[in-house]
Design a protein around this ligand. Structure first.
Ligand code: ZN
Length: 152
């Protein structure tokens, strides 16, 4: 790792590094993961970093939190080609990709404003993946079908 890279974003001892995030999407990713910094753990965000593969990318480093597969799969629409690195004692102990899950529960809102999941009722949104590429999602409650661009 070069010195300039070190200055830009610190290495972490224990936690999760999300790499190759679509440039400019880091905050969407943090939001989908419910990370807002209030738990006191260090979160480093680097946006529009130069990368050979994808030209520009975003990187997020989350200290002291190991993201579960269920959590990182929430990024399938926002940052589908991200690489997830689980870090233990400064070493990568697990590397995984994002996979489109069968459904999203409580991650995205239904695009139908009159849907019961958008009302004041204590109902958690549930969007089922009905098509992989391009991804489209169907609301469990009102059956409205939404495309990725509408949901993000
Ligand atoms: Zn709905």
């Amino acid at each position: 790792m070069s010195e300039t890279h070190d200055l830009r974003i610190n290495r972490i001892k224990h936690g999760t590094v999300l790499d190759h995030i679509v440039a400019g999407r880091a905050f969407n990713v943090l939001s989908a993961l419910d990370i807002n910094g209030t738990d006191g753990n260090q979160v480093s965000v680097a946006m529009n970093v130069s990368s050979k593969q994808h030209k520009k990318k975003d990187i997020i480093k989350i200290e002291n939190r190991i993201l579960a597969v269920e959590e990182t799969n929430r990024l399938a629409l926002i940052a589908p080609h991200s690489t997830i690195n689980i870090i233990e004692n400064y070493e990568i102990i697990e590397k995984r990709n994002v996979e489109l899950p069968k459904k999203f529960t409580g991650v995205f809102k239904c695009t139908n404003p009159t849907c019961i999941s958008n009302s004041n009722e204590p109902i958690i949104s549930e969007l089922l993946i009905i098509n992989q590429d391009p991804p489209s999602l169907k609301c469990k409650y009102c059956t409205r079908i939404s495309l990725t661009e509408e949901i993000l």
